[in-house]
Design a binder for this molecule. Structure first.
Ligand SMILES: *[C@@H]1O[C@H](CO)[C@@H](O)[C@H](O)[C@H]1NC(C)=O
Ligand SMILES: *[C@@H]1O[C@H](CO)[C@@H](O)[C@H](O)[C@H]1NC(C)=O
Ligand SMILES: *[C@@H]1O[C@H](CO)[C@@H](O)[C@H](O)[C@H]1NC(C)=O
Ligand SMILES: *[C@@H]1O[C@H](CO)[C@@H](O)[C@H](O)[C@H]1NC(C)=O
Ligand SMILES: *[C@@H]1O[C@H](CO)[C@@H](O)[C@H](O)[C@H]1NC(C)=O
Ligand SMILES: *[C@@H]1O[C@H](CO)[C@@H](O)[C@H](O)[C@H]1NC(C)=O
Ligand SMILES: *[C@@H]1O[C@H](CO)[C@@H](O)[C@H](O)[C@H]1NC(C)=O
Length: 913
């Protein structure tokens, strides 16, 4: 059973090798390994030393020289050229094979030439000569070998007494044996097609090999020959050749049973195991089954006997009918290999086993039955899994991808659809490493930060971010390095977004909303009702927005659009401003911010959506008027509340004489607060009253689409801003700004051009480009002929407030002033249907030179001078001398002063007009 170096033989062979000369060498160390297992030469070549090379084997016959080993020769001569599971070429040869030198059925030697070349044509091959020696003396009476490509039976020639049961058949064969040539072996096959007797040389032509040695005869047959038969034994298919070898020597006829039978299947697979089943008793080989006695069952892997199969997790069992070997897939001794089939990842397991069964029976004393089997499982798909080991708190994806055999490598990775080689991926900051498992598999771990730019981020729910890692692995699989791709999507949702809180505050005239700018326009937006609160809406509603690096501050003036007036009373308003924080696309409301403040306001007008108008009118006249006597157009509409300087009215647009008109897409409701003045008797100039003439026009504008039809006020709540906008202004600009005891009844108008024919209405915007003159007309409402109006001091300011600074003078003491910001020029006043007394009028063209002002008012202090006055220079002081020279008469004594205000005039850049 073990390799024996036969010294003499070896020395002889060395001589031979030297003698044979060139091209023949000793194999390099480690290239060839050999052993003897029972009666088989076992030779293995190291595939690492054959990389990129081609090789051929020759059997060196000491008598006839080298014979090329091909498939046909192999099965006939008892050779198998195969591979072990690791891919190393393996040659197995029967000691009874052709060209094996046999010394007394005990010592066997075989010489193999290994030819190695870099070319498939085997050009320039190097030949290594490798001799092998095996000794085998413990022959059983019958030995059967079931190899991969042949069946071999050898029997001891002195043993086979013809079996009793066969006697009849043998006797019937005798007439044929009479014809067997003297001293020549014949073979007789019995098959379903009948009996066939042939000579040994004819048998060779059919692929058989028959020979005899000193003490044995043997027959080697290919599987599935014409003379063979297939039968099922204990559920296993067997290939069987029933044959008798015959030899006649003088009067003696020698008949030897050389029947052989080998299993051709018996292997089954489950997901986890390989099972190899062999019948324990093969009837054609054991004629008297009652005498059958199993002596030993031994298994082995490759060329090694496994003494304790259970140590390797193998299972070797046998009962009355079967011998069974069970190997767990992946068990030691075999090889697991990764593979790709139809784009699917999987594994294949292979193992080379042998089974040796020795039994005795009455006919044959001992039979040794050896089966050698190389087993490869079918492709077993093993879809790799991606395991999510992410710990959200670490804000790091941790993803394991496995399990893989060592023959799998990760070569590239795509993250968020961006491809990275491994080196690039590590350089970018992804962590990629392998983690091994105790069973020899491994997984690839990938770590990617949530904050990595290639991680997809989505704002979800209220305050959560969904992080998505899209990964596509590229692997090379198996010895062929087949590319394999696997993609996965790992998500993690964490609450890492803080929905902002707003702070509200108020001052005397405004509400303020302070909101962190984080996430604004990125995750959410502010909405006023259903309208996005953007720059345009802020501008239209009159809000002011300012930001610093962290916050948005929104200033909402008390009478700006979009406010809700919760309580309105005399001098007090409670106003509320509501905005919603809504998610960008879904419009889902995340948060409502509401600021509510009370204001003390003395003058206001509120046009409620339901058509109710609330006005708090301020009247700072001297002397104070009796507010209880103020009224609307319908004099039955009196103030609800009042004090010395204020009156509060509340009325509906359909009442109190309110008039309505349409202007563009607006509807305008107009009423007037007035005061019936009492004329004081005994006044020298009866046309000038003691009580100020008080008239306050009240206007409410509504969008036309939310109007009233036939006096019924209705509003489309969903689409329109809730409130109308209102304005109030004194009808005659004589009002409230100057504390004068007696005031002139003067009015100012702004003409559309220098003809002074058409004038801007009270609610019309006056827009001027820089340099374009504003044509101002001031009229003294008086019938007395001898009175003349003078514009004593006029100035331009950005506010209607009398005391507002800065101010730019345009007339001083009745003279035009041409400054760097404004220039004024008097215009002549000819008589016309409108102008009966030109002395009651003054006209001024005011040219605005400054560019940066937006809105200006023209203020004028005026005087009326009567020619009856004898001291013009003292009473009408400061009349422009040039005016006088132009022929204006002297000033009346007892002149009265007045004040007019015109504006606002909007100065706009040419393109905005
Ligand atoms: C012997 O083992 C085989 C295979 O495991 C089984 O099918 C059979 O039933 C067994 N026979 C007996 C007698 O237990
Ligand atoms: C190897 O071990 C891992 C981890 O214990 C297990 O998940 C995997 O299924 C095992 N693979 C095989 C082929 O046994
Ligand atoms: C992964 O990459 C491979 C090769 O580029 C590609 O064919 C496959 O479609 C990718 N898988 C996914 C889900 O993108
Ligand atoms: C991955 O694991 C994290 C943490 O346990 C979990 O929040 C997340 O839902 C998981 N994602 C997937 C796709 O399973
Ligand atoms: C997110 O919102 C939930 C309720 O919607 C709340 O319980 C949780 O505290 C919030 N988390 C953060 C970080 O704001
Ligand atoms: C921005 O303004 C807010 C509100 O006024 C204030 O609280 C915050 O400190 C300011 N931030 C900076 C960076 O100035
Ligand atoms: C209109 O609304 C105002 C303010 O909410 C309320 O005071 C008034 O009574 C309402 N008028 C009508 C006619 O509903």
């Amino acid at each position: 059973m073990e390799a024996v170096g036969h010294l003499l033989h070896r020395i002889w062979l060395f001589f031979l090798l030297f003698w044979l000369g060139q091209g023949r060498q000793m194999a390099p160390p480690g290239f060839v390994e050999s052993s003897c297992h029972s009666r088989i030469f076992w030779m293995k070549l190291n595939k690492l030393l054959l990389q990129g090379k081609f090789f051929q084997l020759e059997i060196y016959d000491p008598h006839s020289g080298p014979v090329l080993l091909d498939e046909k020769l192999a099965s006939r001569c008892g050779y198998v050229l195969s591979e072990d599971v690791w891919g190393n070429p393996v040659l197995r040869a029967s000691v009874l094979g052709c060209h094996v030198a046999n010394e007394a059925d005990e010592l066997f030697s075989l010489t193999v030439n290994i030819k190695v070349s870099s070319f498939s044509s085997m050009r320039a091959a190097v030949t290594y000569t490798y001799p092998m020696y095996c000794s085998y003396a413990s022959w059983a009476s019958r030995e059967i070998v079931c190899e991969e490509n042949y069946m071999e039976v050898s029997v001891k020639t002195d043993v086979p007494a013809v079996s009793n049961d066969y006697t009849v058949a043998w006797m019937s064969a005798l007439p044929e044996t009479q014809n067997v040539a003297y001293q020549q072996w014949h073979l007789m096959f019995v098959s379903p097609s009948g009996r066939k007797r042939i000579t040994v040389s004819d048998a060779v032509k059919l692929g058989y090999s028959f020979n005899n040695s000193l003490s044995r005869v043997y027959l080697r047959a290919p599987y599935h020959s014409n003379e063979s038969d297939v039968s099922v034994v204990s559920g296993v298919n067997m290939n069987m050749i029933t044959s008798t070898s015959m030899y006649r020597q003088r009067w003696l006829l020698l008949l030897i049973d050389t029947t052989v039978s080998c299993p051709v299947d018996g292997i089954s697979f489950t997901d986890t195991t390989i099972t190899w089943t062999v019948p324990r008793v093969i009837p054609t080989l054991v004629v008297q089954e009652s005498t059958f006695l199993s002596k030993s069952v031994v298994m082995g892997v490759d060329d090694q006997v496994i003494v304790n199969p259970e140590e390797m997790n193998y299972l070797l069992e046998h009962n009355e009918t079967h011998i069974r070997i069970t190997i767990p897939t992946g068990a030691e001794g075999g090889k697991l290999e990764s593979s790709i089939s139809d784009g699917v990842y999987g594994v294949i397991y292979s193992i080379n086993l042998f089974l040796e069964h020795t039994w005795t029976d009455a006919d044959w004393q001992t039979t040794k039955y050896t089966i050698i089997k190389s087993i490869t499982t079918p492709f077993m798909p093993q879809i790799p899994t991606v395991i999510n080991n992410t710990v959200p708190e670490e804000r790091l994806f941790n993803v394991a991808f496995g399990h893989f055999l060592p023959d799998v490598s990760l070569v590239a990775i795509t993250v968020g659809n961006v491809p990275f080689s491994l080196r690039e991926a590590l350089h970018h900051g992804f962590k990629i490493y392998e983690t091994p498992f105790s069973n020899g598999t491994k997984a690839f771990i990938l770590e990617v930060s949530f904050d990595d730019p290639y991680v997809l981020k989505e704002y979800v729910n209220r305050n959560e971010t969904k992080y998505t890692l899209l990964v596509n692995y590229t692997l090379t699989v198996g010895a062929e390095m087949t590319l394999y791709y696997h993609s996965a999507e790992v998500e993690c949702v964490i609450a890492d977004i803080e929905v902002p809180e707003a702070v509200g505050s108020c001052d005397e005239e405004n509400l303020y909303l302070t909101l962190p700018t984080f996430g604004l326009h990125q995750y959410w937006d502010l909405y006023l009702g259903t309208n996005l609160l953007n720059r345009h809406l802020a501008l239209t509603n009159g809000y002011l927005a300012a930001t610093n690096s962290t916050h948005l501050i929104l200033q909402i003036p008390l009478f700006a659009g979009g406010l809700i007036y919760e309580e309105v009373s005399f001098q007090k308003i409670k106003a509320r401003f509501d905005v919603a924080l809504r998610k960008l696309r879904t419009m889902e409301t995340l948060q409502m911010f509401s600021i509510s403040c009370s204001f003390n306001s003395s003058a206001f007008i509120i046009c409620h959506p339901n058509g109710t108008i609330m006005v708090s009118a301020q009247m700072k006249t001297v002397p104070a008027i009796d507010m209880s006597k103020t009224k609307l157009r319908d004099s039955s509409c009196k103030p609800r509340e009042y004090n010395e300087a204020h009156a509060f009215f509340k009325f509906h647009v359909t009442t109190c004489g309110t008039s309505v008109r349409f202007e563009g897409d607006h509807i305008i409701y107009e009423n007037e607060i007035s005061y019936e003045k009492e004329t004081l008797p005994g006044q020298s100039i009866p046309t000038i009253t003691r009580d100020p003439d008080y008239r306050l026009t009240v206007l409410c504008y509504y969008q036309a689409k939310e109007t009233l039809v036939l006096g019924a006020f209705s509003r489309d709540l969903a689409t329109s801003p809730p409130f109308g906008s209102g304005t109030m202004f004194p009808r005659s600009n004589t009002a409230a700004y100057r504390r004068v005891r007696q005031a002139l009844n003067v009015v100012s108008r702004v003409s559309k051009d220098e003809s002074f024919m058409e004038f801007y209405g009270p609610s019309m915007a006056i827009l001027k480009q820089p340099m374009e003159p504003v044509f101002l007309e001031v009229e003294l409402k008086d019938e007395s002929l001898n009175v003349e109006l003078y514009l004593e001091n006029c100035w331009v300011a950005t506010s209607p407030d009398f005391n507002n600074t800065p101010r730019w003078n345009i007339t001083v003491d009745g003279c035009e002033i041409n400054g760097s910001e404004f220039a004024a020029e008097f215009c002549p006043v000819p008589v016309s249907p409108r102008v009966r007394h030109p002395s009651h009028f003054k006209r001024l063209a005011v040219r605005i030179l400054a560019q940066q002002l937006e809105q200006v008012y023209v203020h004028c202090l005026v005087a009326a001078c009567s020619p009856t006055n004898t001291q013009p220079s003292s009473t009408c002081r400061g009349q422009c001398s040039s005016n006088r020279e132009k022929g204006f008469p002297g000033h009346p004594s007892g002149s009265l002063q007045g004040y007019v205000l015109a504006g606002p005039v909007w100065i706009v850049a040419p393109d905005r007009r």
